[in-house]
Structures are given as C-alpha cells and as structure tokens.
Design a protein around this ligand. Structure first.
Ligand code: SF4
Length: 467
C-alpha cells in the first residue's frame, strides 16, 4: 500500500466515457490507499480528467490550473495530475503552460496514475507519460462507482471513423472491442450488487464487434443483457447512424429490458455538410433509421447532437438541418456552436462561419428544438409511466415535495410524494401519471402507485449508511 491518509479529488470534463474513466481513476486511487477528500477540504491530490472536444476545453483547463498555483504554494504537498483527451493531445505542453502540474498521463495508461504520482513525489519532478496504444482495457481497473443502482459499462474504446471536426480518433486511438464474455460478466456482477440500470458505452456502440469481425455483435450483446437476472434497464451511448442495422432495432424491440430511448448524433441535416464532415450517411438514411425504430418502438424517445456553423455552412444548409429537426421530432438535442479544434481537417478550413452568424443560427435552432420537445412532452400528459428514482435529478425537490427520476424513454419526471406516503429511495421504481409537461421535464403531481423497493434502492441505502 503506497499511502494511507492522503486524500484525492477527481474533476471531470466532457462525455460519459470520461465520467466512467473518472470512476476508474477514483477506484485506482482508493486501491492505492487514498481517500476521497471531504467537502470543503484541500485534497492532497487533484486529478483533472480532461476533454478535448467541448468548447474552449483548453481555456477552461488552463484557467482552473491557474487558480491552483497559489493553492500549491499554500499546500506544498499538494499534487496535481492532468489526464484524459486534452493531456493526450497537448502532452508536454501541459507542463510548459502550467509547470506546477506534477503528473501528465494520457487516455491509454490511466492505470499508471498512482505509480506516476508516487514517482513525482519521490523524485520531486513532474512525470509525463503519454502512450500511443492502450495498456489495459479501462474495465480491468478498480472502480469507485458514483451510483449504487445505475452503472456505466464500457464495451469499446477508440474510433475508426474520421469525422473532420473530431479529435477523438487521434486521442483515443482506433476502436478496441472488449470481449463479450467480459462485458456480460461485469453486467451480471453489477446486477448481483443491486444495479437496476446499465448504460453500454462506446464512441460508436453499434460498430462493436468490428475488431473481432462480428457485425451483429452489438445486437447479440443487447439480447444477452436481456437474460441478466435482476437487470431492469439497459441503455447505450452512442450509436452511429451509418452503422445502425435492422438487427439492432430488432434486438431493441424484442429485448424486454432494453429501454425505448435512442441518442443518435445527427450533427447536420445538410448532405453537403454531412459529406464535408465525413459522416458516412445522408439525411434520408438518418430519417429512414428513425422511421424503422419508430415502426418497432412507437414510444421511443430520440435525442441527438447537432453542430451549428460547420465551416462552409450556408443558410440553405442550415435550413436543411431545421427541416430534419422538424421531421425527426427529437425529444431533446445537445446543440453545439462549431469551434475550431486544432489538428482537425475542419479546423484548417478557410471558410469558417463568422461567430455572429453561428450565434444567430444557434438561437434559431434551439427555439425550434425546444418547441418540438415541449409539444412531444405535452402529448404525454395523462400517460402513466414507470419512473426509476434517482439522486441529483431534481434541484427543487426539497421545496416541492417531489422526487425525481427517469422514465423508460429517459425523460426526466418529477413525482409528487403525497403526505404520509412511503417515500421511494433512489433506485426504487414506481408508476406515475403525467399531469404537466415542461420543455425539458415532466411532472406527475397525482403521486405514484406500485412502488417497488428494488435491490438498487437497498444498495443506495447501504451506500448512504456507509458514507
Ligand atoms: S464517430 Fe466521428 S464524431 Fe464520433 S468519435 Fe468517431 S470520429 Fe469522433
């Protein structure tokens, strides 16, 4: 055991892959004897798990590192480590820009962090270790999960695509697939611990199996998750439209615990822009997939990602995106203003769209998306839904006597708890009738029925008692 009393904090940026990697980083540090720092105390180790995609990712990182310089002077034993996609991309630049950083590690060697921290402490010099290929699949590393009733399960890392705006392939490498047996063993173990819901994670979950030559591997995996006792909900993020097969749709429709929610990045509705993005599908294919999904899963909620202002985007291209949005009727969308990412082909293009134009289009897009999301939510008023109660989903729960959770289609539902009623725990399930719809959430103010105290609720209760 390297150290006993030192404490740590992990700061996470970016996508769900990073959120889960941070659970692995926490697990690694705890296996090395570190403890989570108590709220409001200065940790002995601060780890930044960085993103290289989202807007101004680098400014935010260096801004936060800047704030830590004086803290380091005040706490000489404090160690700062920077990992994740930005570290993999910037490498020694991180220490050049922030010489008070002790460790820089990449996306392929997360498991080496405790050792690098110890070496930096022993030698008093910054440690930089960036590797070009995966040392160990993240799921082989210890883990400290944030939730007792819901879990992330990585099925692949890296990506074989070359979308022109994306840095992921260069920082996460080519797609590496985990063995189906390993995945199912982890899923079964989680269900055995009370986990009610899992999310299968990959840059492109539906290309899963490409590494071992099985085009149907993802559909088979979904069906296999359907056989896991006690597992009530299976979700996945994110599929790529170009590789969406009928066998995946059939597996979704025919496997009881696969949820009717689909997050499928569109990025643009213009074929010209999709070509320039190298997205390998066009708008008609995207819409045809939605039709096929809705034919088998009429209640499915579809969400998406859209980039506004990709270089060369004309008003006509943008209108084409609005057309697809109106036709696709998304339950919600993550919308991004295009920002130049160094090292990407799109970032090198001359025809960048002026920021004012991007901003104006962005506002128009959000308006259309919100109006449709609200109309789709209003259509659910009077519908009875199953809610998996959760922590951290209802900012106002304390004052509204409501509890929050997710419906099967992943919509956020705030449920009133009648005076004197048994109070559901996070991880428990109940049925509730929607009484009001807002653009981004639903309300069930008539209370709930059929409360199920699940092993997930029990696991949550045990975790609270332990902390
Ligand atoms: S599919 Fe495209 S956008 Fe997604 S991770 Fe791969 S290169 Fe990036």
């Amino acid at each position: 055991m390297i150290s006993n009393e030192r404490t740590y904090e992990v700061i996470t940026y970016g996508c769900q892959m990073n959120v889960h990697d941070s659970e692995r980083i926490a697990g690694l540090l705890e296996a090395a004897g570190y403890h989570p720092a108590a709220e409001g105390t200065t940790p002995d180790v601060i780890v930044f798990n960085t993103c290289a995609v989202r807007e101004n990712a680098d400014n935010r990182l260096y801004g936060n590192l800047g704030h830590l310089a004086p803290l380091k002077v005040a706490h000489p034993g404090l160690q700062i480590a920077v990992g994740g996609c930005m570290a993999q991309m910037e490498q020694s630049l991180v220490v050049k820009k922030a010489p008070w950083v002790d460790v820089v590690f990449g996306t392929h060697n997360v498991g080496h962090l405790p050792e690098l921290l110890e070496r930096a402490r022993r030698e008093g010099t910054a440690q930089l270790e960036i590797l070009d290929s995966l040392v160990a699949f993240p799921s082989t590393l210890p883990v400290r999960r944030e939730s007792a009733y819901s879990g992330w399960v990585t099925i692949s890392v890296g990506c074989n695509n070359t979308c022109t705006f994306c840095i992921v392939p260069s920082v996460r490498g080519r797609e590496t697939d985990r063995r189906p047996g390993d995945i199912l063993a982890e899923v079964t173990q989680l269900a055995g611990q009370g986990v009610q819901e899992i999310t299968l994670l990959g840059q492109n979950v539906n290309t899963y199996g490409v590494e071992f030559g099985d085009r149907d591997a993802f559909a088979k995996l979904l069906r296999a998750c359907g056989e896991v006792a006690g597992l009530r909900r299976v979700r996945f993020a994110s599929p790529h439209p170009a590789y969406f097969t009928d066998s995946v749709i059939a597996a979704m429709a025919e496997t009881g615990n696969v949820m009717p929610s689909l997050h499928m990045p569109l990025q643009s509705g213009s074929d010209t822009i999709l070509k320039a993005m190298r997205r390998a599908y066009r708008r008609d294919r995207f819409l045809a997939i939605l039709d096929a999904v809705r034919a088998r899963l009429p209640e499915a909620a579809v969400t998406t990602d859209i980039i506004v202002g990709f270089p060369g985007e004309t008003e006509a291209d943008f209108e084409a995106t609005l057309d697809v949005v109106r036709e696709a009727r998304f339950a919600a969308a993550f919308t991004f203003q295009y920002s130049v990412r160094p090292g990407t082909p799109a970032g090198a293009r001359e025809d960048q769209v002026p920021h004012a134009v991007v901003q104006e289009r962005y506002e128009r897009l959000v308006e259309v998306i919100d109006a449709i999301a609200w109309a789709e939510n209003k259509a659910l008023v009077g519908r009875e839904v199953e809610v998996l109660f959760a922590t951290g989903e209802g900012r106002k729960d304390g004052t509204t006597r409501r509890l929050s959770g997710r419906a099967r289609d992943n919509r956020l539902v705030h449920v009133a708890v009648p005076e004197g009623a048994a109070v559901p725990r996070p991880g428990d399930l109940a049925r509730a009738t929607i009484t009001y719809a807002a653009p981004h959430h639903l309300i069930a103010d008539a209370g709930f029925t059929g409360l199920i105290r699940t092993p997930g609720g029990d696991a949550w209760e045990r975790s609270v008692q332990r902390s």
